[in-house]
Design a protein. Structure first.
Length: 135
């Protein structure tokens, strides 16, 4: 379903373009999934599905394989989220990448939310949405 034209989430309103931010979202998902040291099959599938949904073309699996070994640079992720909408989307995508959140993944997500300066109530709302999706 396309985003409404008058929302900050509309792809044409992204400062660096839709594809550039889609890759940042994927990097955020990989970072969250890797936070506990293990990217399981379901996490990998969620990330691949997200990549396909964004329309990113090319060697998706090769890109993902490279991201899985690339060091996580939280500063880079945070800096790429230039708008409030992008900050929320980055956190939400990262949270969606992990189904059963381990202690390490929770610590990573908390650190990401803090670095993005997301209000606690907004983070709790995103958490509630994610939990309702998986129910």
């Amino acid at each position: 379903m396309p985003a409404p034209e008058d929302t900050a989430f509309h792809p044409q309103r992204l400062p660096d373009g839709e594809e550039a931010f889609a890759l940042i979202l994927v990097r955020g998902m990989v970072a969250a999934a890797r936070a506990d040291g293990i990217v399981d099959t379901s996490e990998c599938q969620l990330i691949l599905d997200r990549m396909r949904d964004t329309g990113v073309n090319g060697a998706i699996e090769a890109f993902l394989s490279g991201e899985l070994v690339r060091p996580v640079d939280v500063d880079e992720l945070v800096a790429a989220a230039k708008t409030d909408a992008q900050k929320v989307e980055l956190y939400a995508a990262s949270r969606l990448a992990v189904d059963a959140v381990s202690a390490d993944e929770r610590a990573y997500l908390n650190r990401l939310a803090k670095r993005l300066k997301l209000p606690r109530a907004l983070v709790e709302h995103v958490e509630g949405c994610v939990l309702s999706l998986s129910a």
